[in-house]
Design a protein around this ligand. Structure first.
Ligand SMILES: Cc1cc2nc3c(=O)[nH]c(=O)nc-3n(C[C@H](O)[C@H](O)[C@H](O)COP(=O)(O)OP(=O)(O)OC[C@H]3O[C@@H](n4cnc5c(N)ncnc54)[C@H](O)[C@@H]3O)c2cc1C
Ligand code: SF4
Length: 339
């Protein structure tokens, strides 16, 4: 860790001016990721700017469109256990609680969750080439140990995955990210927030220099009746997803009116395929239809030496999760899954 100074920003303008004026001034919210990045020399800070005292971005409240606004500084734990989230957006609660540990969720903020960096082993090892950490140096994972890496959306420059659980649910819920910056305030659809690596893997998302996430809006539709989040990983807890799936279904007269399915742990951003979701419209919610959807979602998937298993695993996870969404009570502790 390099030596840095520490300051508390008491308002948004101060935080924006400190970070827009110097790329080496870094924001800190819960600190659960940025501190590791500093300790491992993956990033450096001249000044660490604590944003926890900025007013107005640490609450959850209904918004003007019947949905809900979740402040960037609200912790993952307070979000997951908030009464409105539990009732109207249980998919989000479930996804958050599948992540990290109770202690980390108590510190981790929602804004920080969107901006956490990949868990690629080589990214965290400064003695190995990594295009994301040091553009142009190469990618150690492509020919290396790539068990946790991407099967969709990767490029020749980088095959890392985005590790968040919360964001997989936010993708299904069609969240909108609110941003304040030196030039403007803007809203970005969740699907446009994170980016694929292409030949610039150093940028994980479309946030510009000096910009802060202020809130995340969820539209009214929360899929509170038919939903499920399934996380498959090497350990039962405190482990990142090898494959995860968020599903929200809307049924009418026994047929699927709307289906949304996002994958996590397999790509550089939560992965949704509109064509596969549209295919389910008007169809019966049964295994054969979910299997056909899974084939469509995994179309074009390419694995590497140690992670090819993820392709079949993801297909099976999609089918199982869609069946579980039909009976969310099956996901309570001790219940047997429907499949
Ligand atoms: C051991 C461990 C296990 C974990 N397991 C999981 C898991 O299973 N699933 C999962 O989803 N996550 C997991 N996490 C990740 C954890 O959820 C994130 O580290 C956390 O959400 C980041 O939030 P934070 O507030 O601590 O961010 P910080 O570490 O404070 O910041 C992270 C980044 O975001 C920037 N930032 C923070 N807030 C803002 C803002 N409002 N606007 C602009 N920039 C901002 C910071 O500058 C920094 O670059 C794990 C973390 C650890 C350490
Ligand atoms: S996969 Fe991406 S993050 Fe991992 S070594 Fe390659 S370039 Fe770096």
């Amino acid at each position: 860790m390099n030596n840095f100074s520490f300051t508390k920003a008491l308002d948004m303008d101060t935080a924006i001016s400190l970070t827009s004026g110097n790329d080496h001034n870094k924001l800190i919210a819960g600190g659960t990721n940025i501190i590791d990045l500093l300790k491992y020399f993956i990033t450096e800070a001249d000044t660490l700017v604590d944003i926890n005292s900025i007013p107005g971005i640490s609450k959850i409240a209904e918004n003007e469109t019947g949905g809900i606004r979740i402040g960037a500084l609200v912790t993952n734990a307070d979000t997951a256990y908030h009464a409105i989230i539990e009732e109207k957006y249980p998919l989000l609660s479930k996804a958050i609680l599948a992540g990290a540990s109770a202690q980390i969720r108590n510190m981790a903020t929602n804004g920080g969750n969107l901006l956490q960096r990949t868990r690629c082993y080589y990214f965290y090892d400064i003695h190995t080439p990594c295009n994301k950490r040091e553009p142009g140096s190469g990618c150690s994972a492509i020919q290396g140990y790539n068990r946790i890496h991407a099967i969709l959306g990767h490029s020749e420059s980088c095959i890392a995955v985005f590790p968040s659980d919360m964001c997989v649910a936010l993708s299904v819920l069609d969240a909108v990210v609110h941003i304040s910056g030196p030039e403007e305030e803007r809203n970005v659809a969740f699907s446009d927030f994170h980016r694929l690596p292409g030949d610039t893997p150093e940028s994980d998302n479309n946030l510009k220099r000096g910009e802060l996430i202020t809130a995340i809006d969820l539209p009214e539709k929360g899929f509170s009746k038919y939903y499920s989040y399934l996380k498959l990983r090497d350990r039962a807890s405190y482990s990142f997803a090898l494959v995860s799936v968020a599903t929200g279904l809307d049924l009418e007269n026994g047929l699927i009116k709307e289906a949304r399915i996002a994958l996590g742990g397999v790509s550089p951003k939560p992965w949704r395929v509109k064509e596969a979701e549209d295919f389910l419209k008007g169809k019966e919610p049964k295994i054969a239809n979910f299997e056909a959807t899974a084939q469509m979602i995994l179309k074009g998937a390419k694995g590497f030496e140690h992670n090819r298993f993820k392709i079949e695993l993801a297909k099976k996870a999609i089918v199982r999760n869609c069946m579980m969404a039909l009976d969310p009570t099956s996901q309570r502790a001790g219940a047997k899954p429907s499949l």
